[in-house]
Design a protein around this ligand. Structure first.
Ligand SMILES: [Zn+2]
Length: 461
């Protein structure tokens, strides 16, 4: 088979549109936020298990051969002439959504002004449904493909990817795959990600003024938007002058100091303002006593650059991107502190090398590098045959010649060999992934199915 007439495929997809939208709305109504295990087949809670069962039932109705992989993941096959597989890797779990920040209930999808609004529309339920209908349209038009198309639906993408570890413990990965879970035109490289802890203990300080506590942040992959410290402050001592974004309140010999910044994803620290470091820099001007003050001075030296890792000696920038490093969570009390940080590193280095560099930087300060959870970078590059095929599909369909991208985030592409993230977001378009009022436009949803039909054909023919 050489070329096929895609206008026929597009027509079939236009005909399917109302059904495709209904299927998506049903899937969006499953509140698939990770929760405590809820019995057999629900290792990530009832909401996620419901979404998996819904997606598998939908796949069967569409004629795919569907299977539940112990509640961790599921797959749906469109058999080809051979058993060699191409994979489409999407996830059914979503990040939490606080209803009070939304204009409508995040798990009661609505259509407003041509937008389908609900948690998961873009990340990642919409792309999954669109790709499935893309494959269905190929089959409907009688196009027999050489390879078997396998949709792999994971249930734990947003927090740990144990879904794919479980899947790969039972099945071999497809020969090549794409994951519709990032941006167009195509992601050809993903930075390595490391989350770590630094800790130190000391004896409680008897002198004054000294630091009693400092708390900031809750998860390692977010630039903290707020930081709060409590100081023991002598009654006769004048209050310090306060810079912008810092407030203080004195009550019963204790000075509470608060810094306000701007939260952002740690992979894009330039979008945020680190409140923790704002507070540390201010406190370092106050000549505080004790172990807590020593710890803050170490932080001041190591994280003077709170975005790109200069103080840690790991800064690196190439034409492909820039390493990012964010101190994100601090829990400090009178006797010690634990700091969590996030590093996104370039493919010139392995996680072992970054670990060694970090250890060397913090050792002179008496800090202990403890927890370490890291993934090596992914780099396939634009010349890779898989990249060439997917980029070709996108460029032919849209006429957009934007070069492929390197991102700081991690997708399923890191967990499978020969896999790249392809769509669904478009550069320059507003996107509310992980934010309130997440949506996909009906036009984009319809178009996605057409692009993914072409991508599936290009890989499976
Ligand atoms: Zn996603």
């Amino acid at each position: 088979m050489t070329n096929i007439d895609f206008s026929r495929i597009d027509q079939v997809l236009d005909g399917y549109y109302p059904q495709m939208e209904r299927d998506l709305m049903g899937l969006l109504a499953c509140p698939s936020v990770k929760a405590e295990p809820a019995g057999e087949g629900a290792p990530f809670g009832r909401g996620v298990a419901d979404a998996l069962e819904y997606a598998l039932a939908m796949s069967s109705t569409l004629g795919f051969q569907a299977n539940n992989v112990d509640g961790y993941a599921g797959y749906a096959d469109l058999p080809g002439e051979t058993e060699e597989q191409i994979g489409i890797l999407a996830h059914l779990d979503v990040v939490p959504a606080d209803a009070k920040d939304w204009d409508s209930d995040p798990f009661s999808p609505v259509i407003v002004d041509g937008k389908i609004v609900a948690r998961g529309t873009l990340d990642d339920k919409g792309p999954l449904v669109a790709a499935m209908y893309g494959a269905l349209a190929l089959a409907d038009c009688g196009i027999k493909m050489n390879k078997t198309v396998r949709f792999i639906m994971g249930c734990d993408e947003e927090s740990g990817m144990s879904c794919m570890t479980h899947y790969l413990s039972k099945y071999a990965p497809p020969a090549c795959s794409f994951s519709p879970d990032a941006e167009f035109p195509l992601i050809v490289a993903e930075k390595g990600v490391a989350h770590y802890s630094l800790s130190k203990s000391w004896d409680a300080c008897q002198a004054s003024p000294c630091l009693l506590s400092l708390k900031s942040g809750s998860v390692a992959n977010v630039v903290p938007g707020e930081a709060l410290a409590e100081l023991c402050w002598p009654a006769e001592k004048a209050l310090p002058e306060l810079p912008a974004d810092i407030s203080a309140e004195l009550a019963e010999g204790k000075l509470s100091v608060k810094a306000v910044g701007h939260a952002a994803h740690a992979s894009m620290p330039e979008d945020g303002e680190n409140a923790l470091m704002k507070l540390v820099r201010f406190l370092n001007t106050l000549e505080l006593q004790g172990g807590g003050a020593d710890f803050l001075r170490s932080m001041g030296a190591l994280y003077d650059d709170d975005r790109y890792g200069a103080g840690l000696g790991i800064a690196e920038e190439t034409d492909k991107g820039r390493l990012t490093s964010v101190p994100s969570v601090l829990n400090l009390d009178e006797k010690g502190a634990v700091l969590l940080g996030d590093i996104r590193f370039l493919y010139e280095h392995t996680e072992d090398e970054i670990h060694a560099m970090l250890e060397k930087a913090v050792a002179p300060h008496g800090l202990i590098l403890g927890d370490w959870l890291a993934q090596n970078p992914l780099y396939l590059g634009e010349e890779h045959p898989l990249a060439q095929k997917l980029l070709g599909v996108y460029r032919e369909f849209t006429g957009d010649m934007t070069p492929p991208l390197m991102i700081g985030g991690g997708t399923y592409a890191k967990t499978f060999p020969n896999c790249l993230a392809f769509g669904p977001e478009k550069l320059g378009e507003p996107n509310l992934v992980h934010q309130p009022n997440e949506f996909i436009t009906q036009d984009n949803f319809r178009e996605l199915a057409k692009i993914y039909a072409r991508a599936i054909y290009a890989l499976a023919k």
